[in-house]
Design a protein around this ligand. Sequence first.
Ligand code: NAP
Length: 307
Amino acid sequence: MYDLIIIGSGPAGLSAAVYAKRAGLDMVVLEQSPMSGGQVLNTSDVDNYLGMPGMNGFDMGMKFRAHAEGLGAVFENVQVKEVTDAGSHKIVRASAGKEEKTYEARALIAAMGASHALLHVPGEEKLSGKGVSYCATCDGAFFRDKTVAVVGGGDVAAEDAVFLSRICAKVYLIHRRDALRAAKSLQDALFQCSNVEVIWDSVVEEICGQEKVEAVKLRHVKTEDSDSKAVDGVFIAVGLVPNSELLQNVTMCDERGYIVAGEDCVTKTAGIFAAGDVRTKPLRQIVTAVADGANAVAGVERYLMQM
Ligand code: NAP
């Protein structure tokens, strides 16, 4: 029986691991991917984390992990299948290859983060990995001197378009409205890229191609005009979906699937805490995820003392 199980090893889970080890808790981090860091790993430059301007996202993930490991945090590379609330303790069933594993702890921090949302248009699934990508930093290099489209208007879309503009001959940024929601600094960088063309008020109707992406069909949402652009790749950056399925039957989630918890990371279920992008919160950033890790462990300590 552990004091604490942390599920997830993005910035929230790794920060929680650091705080938990420093608090002397007997804990384990369950991570799905052998590479800690979560979404940070797929970010080219992180320019808004205090004290680390221009930090490469992959390097940042490695540093976070090394910090937790240096304090003696134990990581298990498993696929979590089920979380059960047994009141005084929580039971986590997981698998590692063919081996089934069960973990028990008096408290649990859910830090599973969020995944990219799908566009849900014809051609997206069929051409996924054949020109359709959700990660510019992972796949951008395949499109050197080619033409690509980025779909979305948030921070990730703007960042991806800037990143791809350095590699590709031409980048279309396709956004469904006439204003981006990306941070001003990212917009400034975007509008300085001479090979990025923003296509406003437009949605992708279909991603076309037989063996690989060849074009995107567009619809202008105000005029209803149709258009088509020849592209070699489509990078989809239309937001996040919380990875909260495991907790759906154990604690309360909002209508979008985010685990309901405040700044203290306390959920509606005693002994279960939610940290990082998976919880209801107004700002999803690395720094807020890291703060959640600390707050969640403070909550765990209070909870364990009251037990
Ligand atoms: P986001 O901020 O939710 O933006 C999603 C974008 O996709 C929006 O522009 C949205 O349009 C558009 N969209 C959503 N569904 C669509 C659909 N079906 N068809 C076409 N367009 C669609 O998501 P994100 O950019 O992935 O960022 C996720 C979180 O990470 C955010 O909280 C963001 O601030 C954070 N982040 C921060 C940084 C940074 O600070 N450097 C970097 C990366 C990510 P509308 O604008 O019309 O809603």
